[in-house]
Design a protein around this ligand. Structure first.
Ligand SMILES: Cc1cc2nc3c(=O)[nH]c(=O)nc-3n(C[C@H](O)[C@H](O)[C@H](O)COP(=O)(O)OP(=O)(O)OC[C@H]3O[C@@H](n4cnc5c(N)ncnc54)[C@H](O)[C@@H]3O)c2cc1C
Length: 433
């Protein structure tokens, strides 16, 4: 049976492009992609159709995997677009440098991190990946090569950050790493009984802790309770690195994630974290990328795959809207085990289509149970629309066009700057090209 991950998206079942080229091939001979819509792709860690191009051409950046230069005075790194965040952390943390903004998996390419303007557990302090970019090189399907920065081709720079791969092929990027004095963090865990308490604890932690992320219960009787894991980088000179190898989960002919397993896992997860109320030293892999310890954990959902529903709502409507959404989830019987809460900072988004904006974000994950799951999402969309919220495009496979247009009002600016030879499942579905 095919692995979901090999089809080009992390959440969805099989999709197949008509043809695939490598980024180096296209860099040497751009005419290869002429006559069809092409799409640059990285490691396929997006959950929806943003990185899918069924029936068309895909250009995979994985062979563009070289570091090009590094300045240890400034921490400025230049690398090709197919280098992964895992490779950057493994190479540079032992030398005392780390990524400033990093998502919940390191199995992401630099090109993918820019195109979805990914954010991490410290968005409230440092904004998103795009905010730390100095420059990148963009190849258009016309053969034109543009060097983009805040002062050079600045419109294209802003459109490409969070630009969903639609402005061209990012060949390389230059960005800043920060100095660290450990491969570890000092973490503590605070339990909360409801969202009002989460919001208070999260706000209090913003000045004392660089990183924070919470798990929230979505079960019928306990929804809204959870715990916040907050942390700072350790300063102890301990560069002992975590093991690189992950356990591999094979594809299962049926999903093992259901409401019974969710309830057991949620209880166990809460219990395992309740022991850690005092400060604990954890390695960076465990804190930043807990799911990377199990390669292909998405296989637990079975061959029909799963959906992630990640939304952000402004602070003023956050408590009421999130409570209502969790209530609807609980009533539907579609429990989500991986349910993550984060507060986003108030910085200006780095890209014109960036997901991040001031507010609270929640990521919920559901096994694909067909129409039942989609009907639940329609009910959640209504709450989100009224609360002026937005769904994360890198996680989406089904949002209605009206919600997209309301929550990404600058999409026409992207349309004006897009590369006419590029298109994706998501762009055809939501933008009509
Ligand atoms: C376990 C897990 C946890 C996650 N946690 C977070 C999180 O905390 N925060 C967050 O923001 N995201 C998170 N994500 C989502 C992930 O970070 C993004 O979807 C990321 O963009 C995936 O990168 P990729 O290399 O796999 O790119 P793909 O998924 O292959 O492609 C993503 C987009 O990038 C474009 N692209 C790829 N390469 C290039 C290139 N060379 N030039 C131009 N465009 C390109 C593609 O066209 C597509 O639009 C998580 C994903 C997983 C699986």
């Amino acid at each position: 049976m095919a692995k979901i991950q090999s089809q080009g998206s992390w959440g969805l079942p099989a999709h197949s492009p008509k043809r695939t080229f490598s980024l180096s091939q296209v860099q040497n001979q751009v005419d290869l992609v002429k006559g069809d819509f092409a799409l640059p792709v990285g490691l396929g860690r997006s959950y929806g159709d943003v990185g899918l191009n069924t029936g068309h051409t895909v250009v995979n950046s994985r062979d563009a995997n070289h570091f090009l230069s590094f300045d240890r005075e400034t921490g400025i790194l230049k690398c090709q677009a197919g280098v992964t965040l895992a490779e950057i952390q493994r190479t540079f943390i032992p030398q005392g440098f780390a990524l400033i903004a990093t998502p919940g998996t390191a199995q992401v390419s630099v090109g993918g991190a820019i195109a979805n303007d990914v954010h991490g557990k410290n968005h409230h302090r440092v904004s998103s990946f795009g905010a730390h970019l100095k420059e990148f090189t963009l190849l258009r399907t016309s053969g034109e090569v543009l060097v983009c920065s805040p002062s050079n081709n600045s419109e294209m720079f802003e459109a490409t950050i969070g630009g969903l791969g639609l402005t061209g092929f990012i060949l390389d990027a230059t960005f800043t790493l920060k100095k660290v004095n450990s491969a570890h963090l000092i973490q503590d865990t605070i339990h909360f009984d409801n969202l009002a308490e989460f919001l208070r604890v999260s706000k209090d932690s913003e000045s004392s802790h660089e990183y924070s992320v919470a798990w929230v219960d979505t079960s019928k009787r306990k929804f809204g309770r959870g715990f916040l894991m907050r942390a700072n980088m350790a300063d102890d000179g301990d560069f002992g690195m975590p093991p690189a190898k992950a356990i591999e989960l094979p594809m299962l002919p049926f999903g093992v994630v259901n409401k019974y397993s969710n309830a057991i896992l949620a209880g166990a997860y809460r219990l395992s974290n309740s022991r850690h109320n005092s400060e604990t030293k954890v390695d960076y892999q465990k804190y930043f990328y807990p799911l990377d310890a199990i390669a292909y954990w998405n296989h637990a959902y079975g061959p029909k795959g799963f959906y992630q529903y990640q939304f952000v709502v402004p602070h003023e409507s956050a408590e009421a809207a999130i409570n209502e959404i969790l209530k609807q989830v609980a009533l539907s019987g579609n429990q989500s085990f991986l349910s993550v809460l984060k507060t986003l900072g108030g910085q200006k988004p780095a890209g014109l289509m960036s997901f991040t904006r001031p507010g609270v974000t929640v990521a919920l994950e559901f096994q694909n149970r067909g129409i039942e799951t989609l009907e639940l999402f329609s009910r959640l969309d209504k709450i989100l629309t009224e609360a002026n919220g937005a769904l994360n495009l890198s996680k989406d496979a089904r949002m209605p066009k009206a919600l997209f247009e309301q929550s990404y009002p600058r999409f026409q600016e992207l349309e004006a700057l897009r590369d006419p030879g590029i298109s994706s499942g998501l762009s055809r579905r939501l933008m009509g090209f």
